[in-house]
Design a protein around this ligand. Structure first.
Ligand SMILES: [Mg+2]
Length: 185
């Protein structure tokens, strides 16, 4: 089978990692409860920042957010390693900025995820992911972002949403926890 994965906030806990970074940079102590109640992918609201200031802050911290010690979600690496061991093909489809694609590939690999360079797709816009998912004839695809998932209702690929506070309205099968996740095919 052919399995496709988004990376940020599907396999790695990027927003929460960024949240801790914002707390340190802004010298604040916003609680995780506030973070976990956010209904937006963006995290600036938790710090009382406007969209524009928040956007600037994210951009200015981009390298630190992406390439420091952001943790994988519990069980995510093990789940993908198991798929690989069983002979499945693993694809990554990440809309991370184009200039960071190679660095991201190496980071993901170093983290312990099974990566084949030719199967690493990067730098597209959210609404373009569907073309990759179709062209690669994926059997399964996993993502967290409503803006992506909402484009995938008529694909033959089985789509799963990684459970997050901002995607509760998306009505498709969920991965709550990679440790306990089992494919229902
Ligand atoms: Mg994502």
């Amino acid at each position: 089978m052919r399995f496709g994965f988004d990376i940020d906030d599907t396999l790695i806990n990027l927003r929460e990692h960024a949240f801790h970074l914002y707390n340190r940079k802004l010298n604040q102590n916003v609680s995780l409860d506030i973070f976990r109640a956010l209904k937006t992918v963006e995290i600036h609201e938790a710090f009382g920042l406007e969209k524009e200031t928040g956007g600037k802050m994210w951009t200015s911290l981009l390298e630190e957010i992406y390439f420091t010690d952001c943790p994988a979600f519990d069980g995510a690496i093990e789940f993908l390693m198991k798929l690989q061991k069983e002979g499945h093909e693993i694809f990554y489809i990440t809309s991370c900025p184009k200039e960071y694609c190679l660095k991201t590939l190496h980071w993901v690999k170093e983290k312990g995820f099974p990566v084949i360079h030719a199967n690493f797709y990067c730098g597209m816009q959210d609404h373009e992911k569907i073309n990759f998912i179709k062209n690669l004839k994926l059997d399964y695809y996993f993502d967290d972002k409503p803006a992506v998932l909402e484009t995938l209702f008529d694909v033959s690929t089985k789509v799963y949403v990684k459970d997050q506070s901002y995607n509760q309205h998306v009505d498709i099968p969920r991965v709550k926890n990679w440790n306990e996740f089992i494919i229902n095919s």
